[in-house]
Design a binder for this molecule. Structure first.
Ligand code: ZN
Length: 406
């Protein structure tokens, strides 16, 4: 709020309750008081001015609730009064295993988070905010949070301190309803939370925006070819299980079905080793391909690392000692990485995989990403990402076929 005054010799402010209002007495001001103002603000309801005596103008700011304020004399005359937002309540909640801070406040909070070590704690500073509840300091037992403190740290800052047993980071505040907000927490460090947000954004983007360009396939660029698509695992064998509980078998099947659609559209005959959630042994898989007279074999998987969560990126395995499979792997890897932009790990010749050893056609096994890495799990779960991955593998298959005149 700004009071435009030609000149004044001094001022005094009083914050009063019942009803909440700020009284500003301005000394050395003559003339008629300005008319009353109705104000549409989260903090103020109206501003009234009256003459207190012949030297003093009294301005009363009617507040929706008592709140902190700062008076700032303006250099060119007049004074500015900044009111804080009002923080009505805070609560820690566990919603289906996700921790969050629910916030009742007069406007969307601006929160500055600081992560401190020894002891491990997360400090949340609510800017330009007055706490309307009592301060408290109390033990809790909610995930990694062992204690929390809430108080008015300075006239303009309400501070929340969470003492932690394990790292915890804050995510951006979301509005749930008018005056009701949530601040979700991420189980990890601030850097991990930032990576998670980036990965989520990436997963929400449309496939087109991710740069998986369609090769000039034309109609029937793959016609006459039989291609075996092998979604890894299935049924009683879930494969790797992600941090959020994602089953590898489901990711593999989703990507494989998208891939199969693209291959069919390009004129290929597609043979799935499974197209539902059933168990098929690793020995049956190449048999199914050979019985159907397949020309190519593509197995789709998601990876895991012996040190869970340590590795990231894409790799393509192939039948060791088979130049056609190696070339096929190189091209598929290149196109897939170009499409999904994960780390280009390697192509890897393997002598020990039953899915390769049961046939002699060019055969690859694509490990699209690491399901045991939380960021890559977010991607692998997302249908937008699954489609881009399928497009990348498809581009590789088409390029291999075109370049080798199959
Ligand atoms: Zn697998």
């Amino acid at each position: 709020m700004f009071l435009d005054l030609e000149s004044y010799s001094g001022y005094q402010t009083y914050l009063l309750e019942q009803p909440a209002r700020l009284v500003v007495d301005l000394y050395g001001v003559k003339g008629d008081p300005p008319p009353m103002l109705e104000v549409d603000s989260p903090v103020l309801s109206s501003i009234r001015a009256s003459r207190f005596d012949d030297q003093t103008l009294r301005v009363v700011c009617d507040l929706k609730a008592p709140t902190g304020y700062q008076v700032l004399p303006a250099p060119g005359g007049g004074i500015a009064i900044d009111f804080n937002y009002q923080l009505y309540s805070l609560a820690l909640e566990d919603q289906d295993g996700s921790l969050l801070l629910s916030i009742e406040m007069s406007a969307a909070p601006e929160v500055q988070a600081t992560y401190l070590e020894s002891p491990l704690r997360l400090v949340l500073d609510f800017q330009d905010t007055t706490l309307l509840t009592r301060s408290f300091d109390t033990p809790v037992n909610l995930g990694p949070i062992v204690r929390w403190r809430v108080g008015q740290h300075s006239p303009a800052v309400t501070r929340v301190v969470l003492e932690l047993a394990e790292p915890l980071a804050s995510l951006p505040v979301e509005e749930r309803a008018a005056g009701s907000f949530v601040l979700p927490f991420f189980p990890g460090t601030a850097a991990e939370a930032a990576a998670y947000l980036r990965a989520q954004q990436h997963a929400q983007e449309e496939p087109e925006e991710l740069g998986a360009e369609l090769l000039p396939t034309g109609e029937g660029v793959l016609s006459g070819l039989v291609i075996a698509v092998d979604p890894g695992h299935g049924g009683s064998d879930p494969g790797t299980i992600g941090y959020q509980g994602t089953f590898e078998k489901d990711v593999n099947l989703a990507i494989s079905l998208y891939l199969g659609e693209l291959l069919s559209e390009a004129g290929a005959k597609v043979i799935y080793t499974r197209d539902t959630d059933v168990y098929v042994s690793i020995f049956q898989r190449p048999e199914i391909a050979m019985e159907a007279g397949a020309d190519l074999f593509v197995s789709v998987h998601a990876n895991s690392h012996i040190e869970r969560g340590r590795a990231r990126g894409t790799e393509t395995l192939y039948r060791a000692g088979d130049p056609a499979s190696e070339l096929f792997a190189r091209i598929v890897q290149e196109e897939l990485v170009k499409a999904i932009t994960l780390i280009d790990r390697r192509i890897w010749g393997r002598e020990d995989l039953a899915v390769f050893n049961g046939s002699n056609i060019p055969a690859v096994l694509v490990e699209v990403g690491f399901l045991d890495h939380p960021d890559e799990e977010v991607l692998l779960r997302a249908s937008g990402f699954q489609k881009v991955a399928a497009q990348g593998i498809f581009n590789g298959i088409v390029r291999f076929c075109l370049e080798n005149k199959r």
